[in-house]
Design a protein around this ligand. Structure first.
Ligand SMILES: NC(=O)c1ccc[n+]([C@@H]2O[C@H](COP(=O)([O-])OP(=O)(O)OC[C@H]3O[C@@H](n4cnc5c(N)ncnc54)[C@H](OP(=O)(O)O)[C@@H]3O)[C@@H](O)[C@H]2O)c1
Length: 347
């Protein structure tokens, strides 16, 4: 569950429930367990900044699984030892009938959720629930890094390392929208690499080739049209190779901003000090804890509304797999191929 202030939210204990004060929900009883479809105490508001939302759809992302299992650095829901509703964000209807995207304060994959009324975004009428529920995490993973950590400018050359996943596909499209002159996409799945050409990538590079060939291909592209920004979803070995490809020979080098956003292939890398000194390189990360309050505020006031409108206009495309709430246990850990996002339908 996202908590921009880094405060672990409190969770409801699954105690005595009667039919009047309970809702259907996807609940994890203990850290690391699978969620199951069950009755859970109704969501309630705890202060004047909170409002209740009738949830229509919620996306399941890596951060949801990571927090529920206790593995995410931002803290985890299951530490309380109490049963919790899973999921961090989704789309639903407020008491006044308006349809909004929001982050659940104490879980989102349920018929109801308490949300922060200062951190919600109207969903355009043309945008379906599943797309509006699935997009924001990827927008955060793409736009926050591109805009605030990399300070992307029109004309920049952007390399997306690990672009074949859901967030990478969105990053390719947003980099293009922000005016990138050239987008280079690396990844594993050959079909997805081809899809990326249609989504705005100019060049695709397989991470599954021989290390030397991978480095040589990036080095050749970098010497022809110097890379300004690297957005990385993999870390691990491929990130080491990308950094190796930038290594200079003691002469002037082109400035490169390397932004770590995900770590699908490992949490650690080896970085040679010589390589680091040989190039004009800034390495930073984009994630919970790295953004300023003002950047998070812009996410809700500017970035998400703008991206929702792009998606509503058909200029930002994603694919979702929609599954009913009752099936949560069987679908939760299924790896969806080809950059699709799992969305739970609550209706
Ligand atoms: N910091 C943030 O704000 C933020 C926001 C969103 C996401 N993220 C992080 O970004 C990462 C990607 O998220 P996502 O939503 O795009 O996940 P996703 O849709 O599941 O995609 C995962 C990606 O990792 C690739 N991958 C996995 N194992 C690989 C391997 N051994 N070699 C090469 N590629 C491999 C997959 O390649 P294939 O397509 O070949 O399977 C796919 O491209 C995650 O670590 C996530 O937590 C961070």
């Amino acid at each position: 569950m996202l908590s921009f202030d880094g405060i672990a939210p409190a969770y409801f204990c699954l105690t005595k429930i009667n039919a009047k004060d309970s809702m259907k929900a996807a609940v994890i009883d203990q850290r690391g367990g699978l969620p199951h479809y069950t009755e859970f105490p109704d969501a309630t508001v705890q202060n004047e900044d909170e409002v209740l939302m009738t949830v229509e759809a919620a996306a399941i992302k890596h951060i949801d699984r990571s927090r529920a299992s206790g593995a995410h650095y931002s803290g985890n829901a299951a530490d309380s030892g109490q049963a919790i509703v899973i999921g961090g964000d989704g789309v639903g209807i407020l008491a006044d009938g308006s349809r909004v995207y929001a982050m659940g304060l104490r879980g989102m994959v349920a018929e109801q959720a308490a949300i922060d009324k200062n951190r919600m975004v109207s969903v355009p009428a043309q945008l379906d629930n599943a797309t509006a529920a699935a997009l924001p995490n990827a927008i955060i993973g793409a736009a926050m890094g591109l805009r605030f950590r990399a300070a992307i400018q029109p004309g920049d050359v952007v390399l997306v390392n690990g672009a074949t996943g859901f967030t990478g596909r969105v990053a390719v499209q947003i980099a293009r929208y922000y005016g990138a002159k050239k987008v280079i996409a690396t990844g594993r799945n050959p079909k997805s690499l081809q899809d990326l050409l249609a989504l705005g990538a100019d060049e695709v590079i397989s991470v599954q080739q021989d290390d030397d060939a991978f480095v040589a291909q990036i080095r050749a592209l970098h010497s022809h049209s110097p890379i300004d920004i690297i957005i990385d979803y993999l870390w691990g070995h491929s990130a080491e190779l990308v950094l190796t490809a930038l290594k200079g020979k003691g002469s002037f080098t082109h400035p490169v901003r390397f932004i770590s956003v995900g770590s699908m292939t490992g949490d650690k890398i080896q970085l040679s000090a010589e390589s680091l000194r040989s190039v004009n390189l800034q390495i930073s990360g984009s994630g919970l804890g790295s953004w300023t309050r003002s950047e998070v505020s812009k996410l809700f006031s500017e970035i998400l509304p703008e991206m929702f409108q792009l998606a509503a206009n058909g200029q930002l495309t994603i694919e979702t797999v929609i599954v009913p709430l009752a099936d949560i246990g069987s679908i939760y850990n299924v790896a969806l191929p080809d950059g699709k996002r799992l969305v739970i339908d609550m209706k």
